[in-house]
Ligand binder design. Structure first.
Ligand SMILES: Nc1ncnc2c1ncn2[C@@H]1O[C@H](COP(=O)(O)OP(=O)(O)O)[C@@H](O)[C@H]1O
Ligand SMILES: Nc1ccn([C@H]2C[C@H](O)[C@@H](COP(=O)(O)OP(=O)(O)O)O2)c(=O)n1
Length: 218
């Protein structure tokens, strides 16, 4: 029998990474951060000086970088052509450009294929925007995390040194719009997904709720 797949989707700051890692740890599963792969591709495009306002230019080069993701929830890793990019992919330049790169169908086709290869026989928690809809539509458990724009902006500004809640709220709203209105695999709730509003819950409460769902559905 194929192993368990937990698909975790939702907008930025809804808690996908922290919840996915907590669930994977509790159940002894692997963990895949697909957002980190889109960020890694963006980091490489910026380094190469590719014109990110030109989807054809992005499409023409997106087959070149080798993106390698580690799946240990206690220490996820990401390398591009052998370079450890875990730090640089969280910088503002990448965050500001990633939605442009993630909107290009050729980029998505390549990364979705890579993601399915990593998922393989399962035993994994996978987080992103299109996991329940596109990458793993047969996942046994699909979760769609949400939180109020205020809560999400507060959480992110606490993580990013020197940023204000207002600036984070605006940046996140911009990215949400781009990610949910693009033509290819936009952020949307999958059929059969359970929506979980994390605004008034602690991280441990959200993890406990997802663990309860997993138990119920497996
Ligand atoms: N339910 C929650 N309550 C409070 N803080 C949370 C909650 N979920 C996540 N956080 C915190 O918010 C921040 C952003 O969460 P993260 O998991 O990175 O979200 P995402 O992957 O959806 O962008 C992290 O610092 C995390 O610890
Ligand atoms: N499966 C995915 C994952 C991320 N993306 C895109 C959309 C997001 O703006 C970027 C970065 O994703 P990431 O999960 O790292 O973003 P957060 O800042 O944690 O919200 O990648 C996507 O299009 N499809």
């Amino acid at each position: 029998m194929a192993g368990l797949v937990v698909a975790m989707d939702g907008p930025s700051g809804s808690g996908k990474s922290s919840v996915s890692r907590g669930v994977a740890r509790a159940l002894g599963l692997r963990y895949l951060d697909t957002g980190a792969m889109y960020r890694a591709m963006t980091w490489w495009m910026l380094r190469e000086g590719v014109d990110l306002t030109d989807p054809a230019a992005i499409a023409a080069r997106c087959g070149e970088p080798e993106v390698v993701s580690g799946t240990d929830p206690d220490g996820p890793t990401i390398h591009v052509d052998g370079v450890d990019v875990a730090g640089p992919i969280r910088e503002a330049d990448v965050t500001g450009a990633v939605s442009l790169v993630a909107a290009v169908p050729e980029v998505r086709a390549r990364l979705v294929a890579l993601q399915r290869e990593i998922v393989g026989d399962g035993d994994i928690v996978v987080e992103g925007r299109d996991i329940g809809t596109v990458v793993c539509p047969d996942a046994a458990v699909k979760v769609y995390l949400t939180a109020s724009p205020e809560a999400r902006a507060l959480r992110r500004s606490a993580e990013v040194a020197g940023s204000t809640v207002e600036a984070q709220r605006e940046a996140m709203a911009r990215r949400d719009t781009l990610d949910s209105t693009r033509k290819t695999d936009p952020l949307s709730m999958a059929e059969g997904a359970v929506e979980l509003d994390t605004t008034d819950l602690t991280l441990d409460e959200v993890i406990a709720e997802v663990l309860r769902l997993v138990k119920e559905r497996t």
